[in-house]
Ligand binder design. Structure first.
Ligand SMILES: Nc1ncnc2c1ncn2[C@@H]1O[C@H](COP(=O)(O)OP(=O)(O)OP(=O)(O)O)[C@@H](O)[C@H]1O
Length: 364
């Protein structure tokens, strides 16, 4: 890959606000209580994803009919689409307790052995970011998933012995944003795999209306549509925008969220009609205005918008790519004609000449 790495000064004021962005799909620890309060607890309450819902419902019903522990479940998809929520629903529907941990928290096989041996019969073990577990822990998990057994190694070196330890039957719910990174043997041990997709506007409207009722906000149907349309297909973002719009309605209006109030609030927070925020537009503007439409390397682009390369790559780019405003090519990032037009600019012909739309996205 050839990246253009010319030095660019970081522009004062061009940086992003501290703390999590309104349209960042990743969880914000400060919002975890607010998020938990809005989590549906039954499949019937879980909006959208009809295929996943139907198939999972069947798996759970069959397990209940056989009085068995359900098969292990792998949920994959971008952040904020409901993987943790579904793990909670599986536990609730099975009347089982839920234990939560994450791949990065389990660095030693011993950490995993301690969790697994402490589970109760039928417990649901939610392992978020399962692709980020250490290799020894991953190997221990294979055996635990298949035979409900772990081998605890006692001692070191040639004298070390593995003592097999039976563990209760449990259901592992693994979650990953990158199912491609999971080793085949791990993937094969899940009895049910579901890929969560971005939500359509209608489902998001239902989610926003349900959440508004739970937080006691008065929300007009048009107001719900306005929030849903700017939520980037992601329930976490929809709920976050709803909370901000609710604040605006209380302070600057009569408390009721009409379409006009939602629009005014989201304009104030710089989330535009398609859900682009300041960073997304900054990235697009930098490519078009400063780099002639691209190609431009990620780090140069990140410096020019005063943001970490990781944030540009993980938050702004996926959405811009999804909207068809940006392409990631082997030579760098390129604005598409639609991207230029979204900024109200005319795309120069030369921009698209040497990049075919079918060029594979080598970075995903
Ligand atoms: N289908 C849904 N119906 C209603 N609310 C939903 C749905 N999916 C997600 N939500 C809401 O969106 C928020 C985020 O969901 P959740 O934490 O389950 O996402 P996630 O996929 O686990 O994200 P991450 O992997 O980043 O933790 C929660 O407040 C949850 O209530």
């Amino acid at each position: 890959m050839v990246e253009r790495e010319d030095a660019f000064e970081r522009e004062d004021g061009a940086g992003h606000d501290a703390g999590i962005d309104l349209v960042d799909p990743h969880p914000d620890p400060e919002e975890s209580a607010a998020e938990s309060a809005l989590r549906p607890t039954t499949l019937a309450e879980f909006e959208g994803q009809p295929r996943v819902s139907d198939q999972l419902g069947l798996v759970l019903e069959a397990a209940r009919a056989r009085a068995a522990v359900p098969d292990h479940v792998l949920l994959s998809g971008p952040p904020g689409l409901g993987k943790t929520t579904l793990a909670g629903i599986i536990a609730a529907e099975m009347g089982a307790p839920l234990r939560i941990s994450s791949g990065p928290a389990i660095q030693h096989a011993g950490d995993l052995a301690a969790i697994l041996s402490g589970l109760t019969e039928g417990e649901v073990f939610f392992l978020d970011e399962i692709h980020r577990m250490s290799r020894p822990a991953e190997e221990m998990l294979y055996l635990a998933m298949e035979d409900f057994r772990v081998d605890v190694v006692v001692g070191k070196g040639p004298g070390a012995t593995a003592i097999p330890l039976d563990i209760p039957r449990f259901t592992l719910v693994g979650a990953t944003t990158r199912s491609g990174l999971l080793p085949g043997p791990l993937r094969d041990r899940f009895g049910f795999t579901a890929q969560l997709d971005f939500y359509d506007a209608e489902d998001l409207e239902h989610i926003v209306r349900r959440s508004a009722a739970l937080i006691g906000a008065e929300l007009d149907p048009d107001g719900a549509a306005e929030i849903a349309g700017r939520s980037r297909g992601t329930p976490r973002i929809a709920n976050r925008l709803l909370r901000r719009v609710r604040d605006y309605a209380l302070v600057r209006a009569d408390g009721r969220i009409s379409a006009g109030v939602a629009r005014a609030a989201l304009d104030l927070y710089e989330v535009d009609a398609l859900g682009l925020d300041r960073l997304d537009r900054g990235v697009l503007e930098a490519i078009c205005n400063r780099f002639g439409g691209g190609p431009v390397g990620l780090s140069t682009l990140a410096i020019s918008v005063g943001e970490e390369a990781e944030t540009v790559e993980e938050v702004a780019e996926p959405f811009l790519v999804r909207l068809g405003f940006l392409m990631r090519t082997p030579r760098g990032r390129v604005a598409t004609a639609a991207g230029w037009r979204h900024l109200g600019l005319n795309p120069p012909r030369s921009v698209m000449a040497d990049v075919t739309p079918d060029e594979p996205d080598l970075f995903s």
